[in-house]
Design a protein around this ligand. Sequence first.
Ligand code: ARG
Length: 355
Amino acid sequence: MAADSGDAAIFPEHAVSLAHRFLTPSLFERLSRLKTDTGFTLEQAIRSGRENPDSHIGIYAGDAQTYALFKEIFDPVIRTYHQITGPIRHIPRLEPLDLPDLDPHNQLIVSTRIRVARNLSGHAFSPNITTQNRQIVARQVQQALDALPESLQGHFHAMDALTLDQIQNQAFQGTAFLPGDRFQASAGINRNFPVSRGVFTSHDRTFRVWINEEDHLRIICLEKTGNLSKVFNRMVSALAHIREPIDFASDPRLGYLTACPTNIGTAMRAGVHIRLPHLENHPNRLKRLASTYGLQIRGTLGEKTAVTESVFDISNRFRLGTGETQLIQTLHTGIAAIIEAETRLAESGPESPEP
Ligand code: ARG
């Protein structure tokens, strides 16, 4: 092993994360002396990666300044995750689109979901936010949501007084979200849950905002349709309205800043829930298609979950270095190719699955 590669004394020996890969002992030693203005340290940033050796990324930002102060560890993680070879450059492009519906009869696509993450500038991010600041964030976001135009109006559901049972029920209905997983728990994201957490749901239920989950805001457009443009165009308009009264944490190079470095840049994850009973038996073919189009495959209930009833969650993997509109176009092309492969397998009749 190279003398200056990942150190077992920093991460457990079997750790697989990018933070582990790039944090050399000398870098660790140097960055360990630093602290951001909100008091966030490298030790806190990598706690989740250390406690969960199966982390893929293993590092979180406690505030916007984390990305600058700990650039030497964040930049290589960002480059590797978002597959950036040249200079890191955020390219914002939020223009409406008009793409054909991928599944007009809803034969395979169950739903389309687009979410973007945002954080308010001037407040620590979820791993390091104080109880008081979390409350201020919730109030400011609520005020901004109150001012939305008619088509986006809805109800705000505060989660503060709910029991875990109630939260589970309401999460199912889309009016609450569950506490974060063990990765988020180790990062400090679940502190004081469910205080100052809440969900805004539009009257037609297709537009939602999660408040104080992994990021201050998770803005979500969700419809039972294969029409990506329709859902994306709604997001473009919602973002234009929410942006007005709020100043979001961003950086010219890194784009929108988020708690997890996988989400920076456009901070957008756009995807479909799609039923693929034939491709399910050909996992390598599906993986190849996903990789060709820069897509990520998740389980039915989201990140790190299993696939049930052949329903896959397929979405853009990279969020930085490509504009939002382009990301949707690539997703459209990729899902079309996946539908074509699924249809071809369905037509070719029974055959033995991949070993
Ligand atoms: N920290 C986890 C890991 O390193 C999750 C990373 C991406 N997911 C997220 N929700 N930010 O594997």
